[in-house]
Design a protein around this ligand. Structure first.
Ligand SMILES: [Zn+2]
Length: 153
């Protein structure tokens, strides 16, 4: 598809203790159609999680986003696969991934860059709890959900 290679291929920057940090690209926050949205607080939290993981392992750890912003259509499609919460599934109708919340939610996994070893879900979850308002880390596929649901700006 024309333009897809460069689409959202830009680094996002936040200030951290007077330093600029840029470890995430906008395209990592894309939905299936290539639309992207991310709240500033989400990016700040992700950079902190990445930094803490690096300290924890003593080497670079990559934070990999598996899902970020969703439209209502995205949510319907995901619910067809995983079911709605009220039916015993995993998808909330008021999912914080929805665009109306402003890009406050991400799903993520992490890997040690050098070895490719996956960071255990519980380790990633506990580090995410330091920097996000809400974290869920009991999904069967091993990903962690994190969002800044108390963020009002
Ligand atoms: Zn999620």
């Amino acid at each position: 598809m024309a333009g897809e290679k460069g689409r959202n291929d830009v680094y996002l920057t936040v200030s951290r203790d007077g330093k600029r940090v840029s470890n995430f690209r906008l395209r990592e926050f894309e939905n299936a159609a290539g639309l992207a949205m991310v709240h500033r607080s989400t990016l700040e939290s992700l950079e902190r999680v990445r930094e803490d993981l690096g300290k924890h392992y003593g080497e670079t750890v990559l934070v990999i986003l598996t899902d970020a912003v969703r439209t209502r259509e995205d949510l319907q499609r995901i619910a067809k696969k995983y079911g709605w919460v009220e039916d015993g599934g995993a998808v909330a109708r008021n999912s914080r991934h929805l665009a109306e919340y402003g890009g406050i939610a991400v799903d993520l996994v992490a890997r040690v860059e050098r070895t490719g070893a996956r960071v255990p879900q519980t380790v990633l979850g506990s580090i995410c709890r330091r920097h996000f308002d809400f974290v869920k880390d009991d999904y069967a596929d091993g990903h962690v959900h994190a969002d800044n649901r108390n963020e009002k700006n």
